[in-house]
Each structure stands twice: as C-alpha cells, then as structure tokens.
Design a protein around this ligand. Sequence first.
Ligand SMILES: [Zn+2]
Length: 706
Amino acid sequence: MIRFNFLALLIIILIQFRAFPQEKCGTVLLSKQKYGDSYQKKVLNFERWLNKKESESNKIFNFNEGNVVQIPVVIHIVHNGEQLGVETNIPQEQILNQLETLNEDFRRMNADSVFTRSFFKPFAADTQIEFVLAKQDPNGLPTTGIVRTQGPQNSYSLSQSDEFELKSSSYWPAEDYLNIWVADLSFTLIGYAQFPVSDLPGLEIAPDNRLTDGVAIDYEYFGTGFNTVPSSKGRTLTHEIGHFFGLRHIWGDGSCDASDYVADTPNQLTSTNGCPEISFTCESEDMFENYMDYTRDECMNIFTRDQSSRMHIVLNESPRRASLLTSPGLIPPEEYNNDLRIGDILYPGLIHSDEILTPEFEIINAGKTAVEDFTIDIIGGSNRITLTPTSPIPAGESVIVSGADLTLLESENFKQEILVKINFSEDENLSDNTKNKTFYYHPFQLVVPFRERFEGPTNWLNIDEENQLKWQYTNSVFSPSGESCIVGTFDNIFETIGNPIIITPEFDLSETNEASVFIDVSYRPASGTITDILNILLSTNGGESFDVNLATISASTLNSEPFRGSWQPSSISDWTRVFIDLTDYAGEKNLRMAFQGINNGSNNFYFDNIELFLSNNPEPLFLNEPDVRVYPNPSIDYTNISFYLDKIQDLNIRLINSRGQILEENRIENVLNQNYRQDLRNLSSGIYFIQIQGETFTTTKRILRQ
Ligand SMILES: [Zn+2]
C-alpha cells in the first residue's frame, strides 16, 4: 500500500513537470556554455554591430506586402528506430501542421491574434517571413525537405557533445538551409536555437559553428496533436526561430534593467509561466502574449514591429541568414535527361600521411536515365588516372567511387589538391562535373617519447592559409626552457582572421600502456570579460579529422588576471605547466595532436615545451638533462634507472661486478624521459656498477645490492 502511494505520487509529479517545464528553452544556456567568460562581451559586440547595421540601412523596415521573404527549411526527424508515425518518428501530418502554425504566427494569420490585448495591438506585426520545405537538396536533387534518420542516442541533453551527436547525424549546409532537428530532448528541455553571428572576424567560438547552426525541438512539442503533449500548440518552434533570427527573451534574461534590445516590448522582471490574465512588473504591463516569453503556447500570439525589423536586419546582414534568401533550396531543381554530378569528396580529410592516396568520392546520377557511357578523371600528386564504370548508375542513384591510387609528391607548405572530373558527352548540365579539394600531405613521424621546445626547425604542420592567422615562432620573450616558444598574436584581429592551428607529426602509442603530455602555456586576457582559447585536440586517424578535445585552456582555467597592452611573459611565474593524461589513447597508433588557437581578439597566447611521457605520472622527474638517477640505492630485488636526456637516443646498459666482469648487457631504444627497472634478484649482495652508454653521454652508477 505504501509502495503504491509512492509510485502514484511520483507519476503525478513527473507529469506536472513535463507539462510545466522550468527552463524549457536552452538557447541562452547553451550559448553561455559555449562562450563561457566571453558570453556578455559577445552579446555586446553583436548588439553594437547590429546597431551599426541598423543605422547604416537608414530605412525603417517597410511593411508593404511584396516584401515577403521565404526561408528554405530542412526538417531532420532524428528518431529512435520506431516505425513511421510512432513516437519520435513523428507522422507527416504533425510536421505539416507545425509548418502551418509557424507560418501563421510569422505572418500574423494566427486565429488567436484577436486575443492580443488591445493596448498591444498597435505594435503587432506581420513579419513577412515565410518558411517553405526545401525543394532542392545540397546535391541539387529534388527533395521533400524532410529527412528521417535513426539517431546515435535515445535522447539528447543540452551538452555540447550531445548537441554534436544529434546535429551531425543529419545536416545540410547552414548557408543554404534552416536546419530543424526534431528528436527526443532530455527532460525539461523542449527546444534550443543557435543565435546569428555578426560578420566581424574572430567572434565565433569555432570555425565549425556552421555545423550546429539551426533549431532543435523536442518531438512532443513539435506541432499540435498526434505525438505531441496536449499543451503543445507548435509555438516552441516559433519562439526558437525568433532566437535564430536574433530575438532575445522578452525579459532580457535579467530583471528590469536588462534589455531585449527591442524598443516596443516593455521591460519585464522575469519570464512568465502558465497563462496569466494580468502581469505588471517594471512599472508597466508585461507583454506575456509575446512569442519570446515562456507563457503557455495557447496564450502566445504576437511578434512586435520592432522585433520584426530586428529579424529583417539580421536576415539581411548576418552570415548564414542573408544567404538563405538566395538559397537554391527555394527553387525546384532543373531536371535533365542526362546529368551526372560529383557529390562529396569523402577522402582524404585534412591530412594524409602516406605517399599513396586512394581518394573516395560520390557520383550522383541526377538525370532521368541510367548512365553507363562516361569516365572519371582523378588528378592529384603526380598522377592523372581515368576510371571507367563497371556497371550503369540508375537514374536518381549515387555511387561511392574509390580505387584509384595516386602517388603524392612533397610540396613546400605540404598543401595538395585533388581534382575529380566527369567526362560524359551527353551531360546537359556541366556546372557540377568538376570538383576539387585541398588537403595536406604530411608524411612525418614522431618517435615516442618526444619533447619539442621550438628551438630549431620542426616538421610540425603549421597551417598557413592566405590572410589567415598563423602560429609564430618567437624568441623575444621569456620562456621556461630555452629561448623560443610559439605565439598566437590575438590582439590584432583586424589584420588577420581565423583560428591558427599547428599539428604534430604522427605518433604511435601502441606499445605503451600509459602516456601523458605536458605543455607550458602563458596567457593574460586584455580584459576580464573576453578570453582567447587554446584547444588541444587529438586525431586518432592520422590527421584526417580531429575529433577529441583533450583540453580547453582559457583565462579562467589558468586563473590569469587581465593585462593591459600586448602580453609578453617575462619570468617563470608567467607560465603554467598543463598536464594531460593520454592513457585513454595508449595502445593506439596514427595519433596527432593539434594546437588550435581560438582568436577572440583579446591578447597574445604562448605555448612551449611540449613533452610526451610514456607514463601518466602527473609529477615526473624533471632533472637537468642529460641526467640519470638510480634508486633506491641500496636496493634489494630491483633498482630503477630514471633518464632525463637532452635528446632521444638508443642506450647500452651494462651490469658489471666489482671485478669488472660484464654480467648482463642490454640495448634499449628511443630513451628520453623514461624509467627502467633493473632486475637484481640473481645477484648476491655486494657492490655492482651500472654503465650506461648513449650517443651524447656515458655514465657509470655504483649500486649496493643488499
Ligand atoms: Zn528562448
């Protein structure tokens, strides 16, 4: 009986929470998570930019009919493997009624617009923004604008890793499509969007921000009826697309002094939940019927004229918003009888390590007839290879092609290009028959363990794109080891843009059970509100892609105080030694580390003295190299020989007794900063000598076997 009561109570509580979520929109939370300390600065930068664009445009948005714009959307149904129409694999009708609601809300054709209170009615706007399902997919093929795919997880939280899992499972280029992902979002979260960005350099957190751009909605809050909860009237999407076009929450995510940067929405103390009849805060009536509040769906019904103007400024000026207006997704693709196309070049990725490259790419038959009579030229390295198909490609189908081996030649900056060309004489559309891709051929290996102090030339890959920021070698500042280190000069963002990246040669940890790396870093932000970032990334596929973020180093992780002016370290106390345990990757080969600076325009970021150990001891011996220690001494069954050498080398180790006889001789390879254990169990007690001979030194240590 007791148990029954407890269960019943729990179910009631859960249902209530689900119906009245506390923080239902994750947009602001996620943005704060991504930008950390620099969130406020980013908001201010964006608002300053938007303000400037608004005054430059010197025209108030014109509310005439005929200014209606269309946004091409792709709806990704990321389901859990259910049958079509069941649970997360929501039915077509639910998708269509959601789009209808969205368009009614944005065009102020919603039936409940009559419920806007009379004193707010003069501010109500037809935003003249409409949403249409994409007619053409990224490959130029006809589409319904709806993609269904089984996702990698059963539900998705607001973490950045869950966000990436969800969005990478199905994605169309954000320059051309508004991506809408519909999936099971974790409890209380019902939707989130990505804010637009300015076109100023350096303000995005990562160059891949485009891969997460769009809106995610919980399937139970997407549309009305069908698989939704009873309270859903499809307004979660209206709200999130408001964010996507730059609108902020109507209460400004603060209290009375916080602004949503919109003139005709009254200031409001906090979010409104439920469905109030009246709410008066900050000395005025709250506009709780605004879509950018947290009111229940059935009680929202208005965007204002100033919100609408703001959305149009974003839509005209912001990258990945303005481009939507001219997207090919808006037009049905032209259809041809004979039309072959090159789709994605899937391989190589960023870096290729071997001399032989076997590229992989997609050929699409976008025409109405099957095609057999064509060839493909692949040009790269020292080769031009022609492939002929072994079977026809049916109309509307695509094939993945690989199998041509190209021999690569080293180039000065390691940069390479591969070009794929279709030769098909009957092709009626030649615009997409050629495609190229640049990548780096970097055939270098690092023997482990290793140490890099940037004192002389290295064969690390310092990616050097035209007009992009690059890591620089410098010897003009204090560095803890030697004279030189490497610096990203982030205090001059208007001269160079981008996020510099330097990448190690490939290394192999397959013979070790433990590994770690130390890096010395020095950084002071220009102010307390904005920080640049050093990301330490790992590739487990030889540099094709860098999928692991080992560490994110910023002003807050270093606990470093702001510094006015251009930062230059001048003493050992200006440096911090960062330890990263790599034991999770012990046993793997084809590894590379990348040091990526995220340039937020604050101050110089330095790093130096990168040392990889084949142990995961966070406090290893840092001796004055070359140095060798033997301990414990006296010893019983074993003694340890600890090396900290000036360079990696092979050693001869001899165990000699007091009469000068060699008892044992071993050769060990690639010694730098490791420990070895010498077995003494076969020895009787007495004095012995360990003689070590390397390339740069010879030493003899006396030990007492007890
Ligand atoms: Zn929101």
